[in-house]
Structure formats: C-alpha cells, structure tokens
Design a protein around this ligand. Structure first.
Ligand SMILES: Cc1cc2nc3c(=O)[nH]c(=O)nc-3n(C[C@H](O)[C@H](O)[C@H](O)COP(=O)(O)OP(=O)(O)OC[C@H]3O[C@@H](n4cnc5c(N)ncnc54)[C@H](O)[C@@H]3O)c2cc1C
Length: 439
C-alpha cells in the first residue's frame, strides 16, 4: 500500500525532502503558503527562497560548511545542484543569483510527477496522512505555530532574538586567560578572561558606540530578560555587565595575580574544548564590530569566529527533548521535522537537514534499516547538535566543534585531521546507503 506523505513548507529543507522522496517514487503533497501568504521576510513566489544573503558560504575544502556542501552534492541535493548552476562569482564562497536559484528548484520539482504542489497555508497538522514533514522554517506561520504548540505542550517552541559568538580555541591566547569555574562549580570547564577596571570601561565604551544590525520592521525589539543582547545591557548602565555576565566573583584572585574588575567566561562548545562560546555575549552588533570589540578582550586579540553572534526571530523546537535521532517526534513518530525549525541554522544546514529527514523517512517507508552518519561526517556533525543536552538548546550552524574528535591525536593539524576523517567516514556511510535508494 502506498504511504500518504505531506510536506509542509517548500523552503530549503522542504524542497530537499520532496526531491529525495519524489525521486524514489514516493507520492507527496507539498504544501506551500506562498504566494497566497508571505512571512515578513519572504518576497518571492518561488520555492527555496534565500531571504537575506545570497551566499551559501565557504568553498574552502577545510571549512565545515564546504564539507557539508560536498556531502550534500553526493547526496543528490537539489539546492546544491541549483547553486552550482546559478552561481555568481564570490571568491571563496558559493554565491548565487537568488532569483534563478529559486526558479530552477521550483521548476525541477514541478517535473516530478510524484510531487503534488498545493498552494495553501497549513494552519493545523493535517489529518489523513501516514507521515508528515514539518519544514516551515524560522518564520513558521503563526496559526501553525500555535497548533504545534497545542500538540506538543506550551513550551515546545522557543523564540529567541540573539545568540552569542563561538570562538576557535586555537585562536585564544591562553597566556592571558585562566581555566576554572565560578565558585569551582564545574571544574576547569571554562576559560576566564580577567579585566582591569580600565580594560572594562574601555570595553563598555566600545560596546555602546559599536554599530548594531538594524532590525527589520517586523522584528520587534522584544528580548527575553534572561537573554538580553550584551549591548542592550551596556546601555542600561556602565556597571550592569560587571554585575551580570562579567561579574568578577567566585574566583581565586591569587590564581589570577590581581583583583579583576570583571571576568568574561568562555564555555566549551564540545567535549574536547576546540571551540568556546562567550557566555552571555549574545549580540546584534554587526560582524565587523564584533570582530573589533570582542578582540579588545585580553586573549581574544586574534580570535577566529566560528559563529558570529546574531539576531532575528526564530521558531524552533527543543529537538534534544522532542526528536528521535531520525528527526521524528518521540511521541508521534509519524511526524518529522526538517530545516531550521529543528535547531540547525543557516541555508546550507537547513537544506542538509532536509536531505536527512528525507532519508530517514524513506528508510521508514521502504522498511530499510536506518544508518545514522557518524559525527565524523559533516552531515552527522550537524545532526549531532540536535542531540546536545548539556545546556539550554539554541540553534547552531555547522562548525568544527561539532565534529567527533575523540580519537584525534595531540599535535596534529585539527583541520586536516577533521577533513581526512570526514572524507573517509562519509564515503563508507554513503556506499552503504546508496545500495537502497536513488540519490
Ligand atoms: C530574517 C532572516 C534572515 C536570514 N538570513 C540568513 C542568511 O543570510 N544566511 C543563512 O545562511 N541563513 C539565514 N537565515 C536563516 C534561514 O532562514 C534559514 O537558514 C533557511 O531559510 C531555513 O530554511 P527552512 O527550509 O528551514 O525554512 P524556509 O526556507 O524559511 O522555508 C519555510 C517555507 O515554509 C513556508 N511556510 C511557513 N509556514 C507555512 C505554513 N503554515 N503553511 C505552508 N507553508 C508555510 C514558507 O513560506 C517558506 O517557504 C535567515 C533567517 C531569517 C529569518
């Protein structure tokens, strides 16, 4: 008997799910609310719209995003196919003509007779389907968000406005920081940056005058009190940060060598400590200003940013709590999630997540055992973020910190080691899964 499948949202993720299932002979209803209704950021009637930048990031082969793109190409990604066909010159980045890019994908999907496109805003989880894939993105329409909220309980959706930057550990000058935790709660998990009074006030001044990203009209300045951007805190008073995320209490001043006026904490992003989050430094400073202002902190003069702080409305589920590793709900396994709504972040990651949701669902429909890619592959590393349980779950794009490096020898070049392992692990996984499906 044929399975009845609905995919909601023909964005970057939804198109990948539809493409993979459709190519493998699964009949789908693909619901998209455009052009009848647009989110505040979407403008084009075509599928897989790039709502902001036209860049799909780096193509330097050692860059995590590049590894992910290469894996997606091998997995038959429609987003990659279109990106390379509609590329515009952009140095070491993959940038596209956004209109042609989206048009191409829309047309390709229309050629699949297995894909039935329905232009409609889905306001409630539809009935009568064996499987549903929700791929409605960070700007999921409000009625559907409400319906999801009813389905999963009030707290299932998180809204956040700002995230903190992540720094490559190798770029931190360790001679200027010390390891330890406030009141020794948490061993040596943090790196701490002590600041003198002068350094603190210079930093606050720079923060106050730094250029901020201008919000779009629909993005109200509505922040959670516990997650305020650092520059908003600084505007409230010069000492607010010294009493907040930069409070200098709970440390042994003898270990520091002086009594600090403020302390910035860097929290490990992965077990191996290859990447660090600047605690409480969620921000909407522009990228240029983040580099300038945060590099004023002792030890971060040469900081390499793996992820910049950023801000925009975002709707996502707490995936570690609600999803199985196969991207379907623990309690309602017929409902899958794909794209940014799962807590991956970025165009490429959302599309990659769509491919994986498609693969997992295809295994279910065709009754083939699922093979989850290891976190040595880029796509596996990206998915591993959706299982992170140690801290409040926040969306993230792919970065080095997500790769499995448990058996990485000391004194090797991290990027080369990750790349070599990535290629090998992906090849082995891909060879197995291509025995069953068309990619
Ligand atoms: C303002 C903004 C700027 C961004 N800038 C960047 C950037 O520069 N670079 C980057 O890498 N990432 C950026 N992102 C993140 C980017 O949106 C996502 O990475 C990516 O588009 C998400 O893909 P997706 O498929 O999950 O969702 P989307 O691409 O947003 O697709 C979701 C689709 O679902 C449809 N939909 C929504 N609700 C319903 C419904 N109820 N019924 C039917 N259809 C529905 C929408 O119309 C849309 O077509 C930005 C996000 C926002 C909000």
């Amino acid at each position: 008997m044929k399975s009845k499948v609905a995919i909601i949202g023909a964005g970057l993720a939804g198109c990948e799910v539809a493409w993979l299932l459709g190519k493998n002979g699964v009949y789908i209803d693909l619901f998209e609310m455009k052009p009848l209704k647009y989110s505040p950021a979407h403008k084009s009637p075509y599928f897989a719209e790039l709502v902001c930048s036209n860049s799909l990031k780096s193509i330097n082969k050692y860059h995590p995003s590049s590894m992910l793109k290469d894996e997606m190409k091998a997995l038959g990604s429609i987003i990659m196919e279109s990106a390379y066909k509609n590329r515009v010159p952009a140095g070491e980045s993959l940038a596209v003509d956004r209109d042609r890019f989206s048009r191409y994908i829309t047309e390709r999907l229309r050629t699949l007779e297995t894909v039935n496109i329905i232009k409609k805003e889905v306001q409630e989880i539809p009935e009568g389907y064996d499987f549903i894939v929700i791929a409605t993105g960070p700007l999921t329409s409000e009625s559907l968000a409400e319906s999801l909220s009813k389905l999963l309980g009030d707290n299932f959706l998180y809204f956040y406005d700002a995230i903190a930057p992540i720094i490559d550990a190798d770029s931190i000058d360790k001679s200027k920081v010390f390891s330890g935790s406030r009141y020794e709660r948490g061993g040596d998990d943090f790196l701490n940056i002590p600041l003198t009074k002068e350094q603190y006030f210079n930093f606050i001044e720079a923060l106050k005058v730094a250029e901020k990203v201008v919000l779009r009209p629909f993005e109200k300045e509505k922040y959670y009190e516990g997650c305020l951007p650092i520059e908003v805190l600084a505007q409230r008073g010069d000492l607010t940060l010294a009493y907040g995320p930069m409070r200098p209490v709970g440390f042994d001043d003898r270990k520091i060598g002086f009594k600090p006026f403020a302390v910035v904490q860097l929290r490990k992003e992965d077990e191996e400590g290859t990447a660090y989050n600047i605690v409480g430094f969620q921000t909407k400073l522009t990228i240029k200003e983040q580099e300038k202002v945060f590099r004023m902190l002792p030890g971060l003069e040469k900081a390499v940013f793996l992820r910049y702080g950023s801000i925009h409305r975002n709707t996502f589920i707490s995936s570690p709590k609600y999803l199985l590793p196969t991207l379907n709900l623990k309690d309602m396994p017929g409902i899958y999630f794909a794209g940014q709504i799962t807590g991956v972040e970025g165009y490429v990651e959302s599309a990659g997540c769509g491919i994986m949701a498609g693969y997992f669902l295809l295994c279910k429909i065709k009754d083939i055992p699922v093979m989850i890619p290891s976190s040595k592959t880029a796509i596996g590393a990206m998915l591993s973020h959706l299982k992170s349980e140690n801290r409040p779950f926040q969306p993230s794009g792919i970065h080095y910190g997500l790769f499995d490096k448990r058996d990485m020898p000391k004194n090797v070049d991290k990027k080369i080691w990750i790349k070599n392992n990535e290629e090998e692990s992906f090849k082995a996984w891909f060879e197995e899964i291509t025995k069953h499906f068309i990619f």
